[in-house]
Design a protein around this ligand. Structure first.
Ligand code: UTP
Length: 233
């Protein structure tokens, strides 16, 4: 049975995503269809607005990045709970608890069709968690559902000449996002450099796409052509 892990950027659940109720509903339909076609799916949900707000508030008097990371992790688990409950409501066999480690998540995935989790430990983001879980559970790939259409050579908001890519190697993606080290809590790259480093080490394929359009997630899960960036060894 094929297993796929999806990192869902927390920004996808933010208030400014138009029609986010419809988005969540259609995400549930996409996961139901994928499970019906014989896949197991693990979703790793980012912290989005609550992470950013919480870290911003605490930053005024907390300097230790590990402590700020813990606030981010709590936010990812809040968002994971929202997604978990929506999937359970959609009739899916989804693990009851939000696993707090990769090991527990991989075990849960052996028993259930769907597992939803947030972060694990300080020092990285949920992209890295998703990539680790994909490696640990022998998944065929890890989908990075974010809020940009593709991976760009530079941030397109600052650089109008930024080039976008349909395909990249893992080594090329590492060059774009930088060396595998933890950024300041709450700041983000298109894909967490720490996760990219582990994907590179294990040859884990990544599909980077705009998760605001759930049909792109569906196409990637179905193994069809999708608009986005395919990252391979
Ligand atoms: P996210 O995974 O949401 O990171 O975790 P992000 O890339 O900054 O945000 P989005 O999803 O693209 O909007 C939020 C924060 O929580 C902490 C980190 O500080 C991260 O920046 N975190 C999360 C951890 O320390 N460990 C984890 O396993 C997950």
């Amino acid at each position: 049975m094929a297993t796929v892990v999806v990192a869902l950027g927390g920004s996808l659940l933010r208030p400014e995503v138009e029609e986010r109720h419809n988005w969540l509903q259609s995400l549930v339909e996409v996961i139901v269809a994928s499970v019906e076609s014989g896949s197991k799916v693990a979703l790793v949900v980012g912290g989005g607005a609550p992470a950013r707000e919480g870290i911003e508030l605490a930053k005024q008097f907390i300097e230790d990045v590990t402590h700020l990371d813990r606030i981010g992790i709590a936010a990812t688990r809040l968002n994971a709970t929202i997604v978990r409950e929506a999937l359970a409501e959609g009739g899916l066999d989804v693990s009851k608890k939000i696993p707090e480690s990769i090991e527990v998540a991989a075990l849960e995935l052996e028993n259930c069709d769907v597992v939803v989790m947030g972060g694990t430990d300080p020092g990285h983001t949920t992209d890295a968690v998703a990539i680790r879980l994909a490696i640990q559970s022998g998944a065929e790939k890890c989908v990075i559902a974010t809020n940009v259409a593709r991976v760009y050579s530079h941030d397109p908001r600052d650089n109008p000449d930024a080039k976008s890519f349909d395909e990249l190697t893992l080594a090329e993606l590492q060059e774009i996002v930088g060396p595998p080290k933890h950024a300041e809590a709450g700041t983000s790259q298109v894909v967490d450099p720490i996760g990219v480093g582990e994907a590179y080490d294990h040859g884990m394929p990544l599909d980077v796409l705009d998760g605001r359009d759930t049909q792109l997630i569906k196409k990637s899960l179905d193994g069809d052509d999708f608009e986005g960036t395919r990252v391979r060894s």
